[in-house]
Design a protein around this ligand. Structure first.
Ligand code: UT7
Length: 325
């Protein structure tokens, strides 16, 4: 009998500090950086984002999201036998943020590790967890996306600092006889790594190179629209499904125009697309599980429905997961 991995609970966390576009515009103006609510809304669909207070780390947001997901699944921390955290803003160089989350949840002994695939991180993490569950070794996994991108933003660069926010989302993934995750599809192409990166590194006790986010937005946009259609078609083909089977598209929340483009190519109405970019901005690896949890708790997305999750980001990385909730 086949083993499937199925999401049995979702959770999320947002830091309380919320900045509307007007708040951010006013803050940036103090440093002579010009932008406007109109530009941000028209080009991205973003209206607000959350920023973590000093001293709040990805592991804090990730642990909070995980607690909620465990509660929703009716599981306790001691039931967890795998923790994967997708993040590009880890608490430390090492150990992994996953081991810090593990400690904060009071869990000991199970494997815990991070996945680094920037905004595609949650899709990668879910694909790895799915494979480990189906291989038979894992019964109850926590898969988390957690980020504090505000820490790596250059607030002098208006082309990037208005786009991102902080947050976390988590799912409990359990082994069972019924699907579950139907198919996964993940990719990378390192030749595009310069289009979105934080080029700095730590050496000899110093940060060498630039430790702030750099992005060629139009180049990322162009790449994203192409690969998101490709991976959607690939994952549907692997599962023997078509666009008509999709109840909800839950894409990485970077830009409403990218989501509209993907929906158009898949002939999906925007009524079938979960959109949270307006409220959260781009939270990188956290954006998909955050959007999923918000849609579940709002009663928008229901058990038994077919969801297409899609991510794209630095690396260049991209991928998708097709699942029955
Ligand atoms: O999470 C990983 C994936 N990331 C993404 O998917 C991001 C993909 N890229 C994008 O979403 C878009 O490319 C952006 C939102 C980043 C930029 O939108 P765009 O429509 O591609 O604008 P652009 O970069 O071509 O800039 C258009 C104009 C430029 O002025 P000129 O050269 O036409 O005079 C920019 O300088 O808008 C200007 N601009 C701004 N103006 C006001 C750029 N940023 C701002 C700003 N406020 N914040």
């Amino acid at each position: 009998m086949s083993i499937y991995a199925r999401i049995t609970g979702t959770g999320s966390a947002l830091p309380p500090k919320r900045l509307t576009n007007a708040d951010l515009v006013a803050q940036l103006a103090q440093d002579g950086v010009e932008t406007s609510d109109d530009w941000i809304v028209e080009r991205t669909g973003i209206r607000a984002r959350h920023f973590a207070e000093d001293g709040v780390f990805s592991s804090d947001l990730g642990a909070e999201a995980a607690r909620q997901a465990l509660q929703a699944a009716g599981r306790r921390p001691e039931d967890v036998d795998l923790i994967i955290v997708a993040t590009s803003t880890p608490d430390m160089v090492f150990p992994s943020t996953a081991t810090i989350v593990q400690r904060k949840l009071g869990i000991a002994g199970c494997p815990a590790f991070d996945v680094q695939a920037v905004c595609t991180g949650f899709i990668y993490a879910l694909s790895v967890a799915d494979a480990m569950v189906r291989a038979g070794g894992v019964k109850c996994a926590l898969v988390i996306g957690a980020e504090v991108f505000s820490r790596i933003l250059d607030f002098k660069d208006r082309t990037t600092c208005v786009l991102f926010g902080d947050g976390a989302g988590a799912v409990v993934l359990e082994a069972g006889a019924a699907p579950g995750i139907l198919a996964t599809d993940i990719h990378a192409d390192g030749k595009h790594l310069e289009v979105l990166c934080v080029p700095g590194h730590v050496s000899g006790g110093q940060v060498l190179g630039d430790p702030l986010l750099k992005m060629d937005g139009p180049a990322v946009f162009k790449l994203a629209v192409g690969v998101l259609e490709e991976t959607a078609r690939a994952v549907l083909a692997k599962a023997g499904r078509t666009e008509a089977d999709i109840d909800w598209l839950i894409p990485h929340q970077a830009n409403i125009r990218i989501m509209q483009g993907t929906a158009r190519k898949l002939r999906l109405s925007m009524d079938k697309v979960v959109v949270t970019v307006d409220r959260h901005g781009n939270t990188s690896a956290a954006s998909i599980p955050l959007a999923l949890d918000h849609a579940v708790r709002a009663g928008q997305v229901q058990r038994g429905q077919t969801l297409l999750l899609e991510g794209v980001g630095g690396g260049f990385t991209w991928g998708s997961v097709l699942l029955v909730l």
